[in-house]
Design a protein around this ligand. Structure first.
Ligand code: ADP
Ligand code: MG
Length: 261
């Protein structure tokens, strides 16, 4: 009996989603940016959210990280209610986000930026002096390899190409070993070649880390997503595997009609 109970508990724990939002809403005056959104992200997968401009995708990330408070609804992180929990407490629980705006230290080297990602969440970045950054760190070294930036380890972040800077930002976010990684339009401004390289890179880079990616580059999303949710006017209007979404008539009407897959 005890054994059965333990197995049941373990399987329940495995089934608890990484992220679960219930009737989540955000109003800006008369605009419902996010409107009674119900969304579940299974652990360990890459879950992409697509939708036209203004669909509420970035606002959804704001509500998950509490950059803005929700008007109503609940957010659960690995089964724990985190609604109302401040931003820094969510980060400490393991929610990391790469913003659309750059957050790198441009004058620090690539390796130094990664080291900042490792220690920054401890809250003492501002006390860290440059000479305190170790010349070699195993986790930094591994991440440099994974990012294919080992050759740029000593370059200033500001001197990297646009694509490399975006990859470095993802690497910095992963250095804190988050349990949930949120990426808002990681391919924005990238060339076709950089976008393709990002798709290759992301799979290896994120590994088992649950990753939610907001994008409107559909060919990119189809390459990397396990599950796609389509948002429209703050709501989830469709969800499924990439092949299911590509064939969904409603999705074609709402969104894909203007952009072929
Ligand atoms: P997406 O990321 O899908 O393009 P957003 O979440 O940025 O969409 O925006 C959703 C809607 O909410 C849009 O109509 C946008 O104009 C509105 N919105 C977003 N942020 C604010 C804000 N701070 N104040 C007022 N309206 C906002
Ligand atoms: Mg956006």
């Amino acid at each position: 009996m005890a054994g059965t109970a333990r197995v049941a508990t373990e399987s329940t724990a495995r089934d608890v989603p990484a992220l679960h939002v219930v009737n989540l809403s955000k109003r800006f005056g008369g605009v419902a940016a996010v409107a009674n959104l119900n969304l579940t992200v299974r652990r360990g997968i890459t879950h992409c959210i697509i939708g036209p401009n203004g669909a509420g995708k970035s606002t959804f990330f704001d509500l998950v990280t509490n950059v803005q408070p929700a008007t109503s609804g609940e957010v659960y992180f690995f089964g724990e209610p985190i609604t109302g929990l401040p931003q820094y407490r969510r980060a400490a629980l393991g929610i990391a986000r790469k913003f659309q705006a750059p957050t790198l230290f441009p004058e620090l080297t690539v390796a130094e930026n990664l080291y900042m990602g490792k220690v920054g969440h401890l809250g003492w970045t501002s006390l860290l002096r440059r000479r305190d950054i170790p010349a070699a760190d195993d986790q930094v070294g591994l991440m440099l390899e994974q990012l294919r930036l080992a050759g740029e380890s000593g370059s200033r972040a500001a001197d990297l190409s646009h694509g490399q800077q975006q990859w470095l930002e993802i690497g910095v976010a992963l250095m804190a070993r988050p349990r949930l990684l949120l990426l808002d339009e990681p391919t924005a401004g990238m060339s076709l070649r950089e976008t393709a390289a990002t798709a290759d890179l992301l799979g290896a880079l994120t590994g088992d880390t649950t990753t939610v990616i907001v994008e409107h580059d559909l060919s990119f999303v189809r390459r990397i997503a396990d599950v796609i949710t389509v948002m429209h006017r703050g709501e989830s209007v469709a969800e499924g595997r990439p092949d299911e979404i590509a064939q969904n008539a409603l999705v074609r009407d709402v969104y894909l009609g203007r952009k072929s897959l």
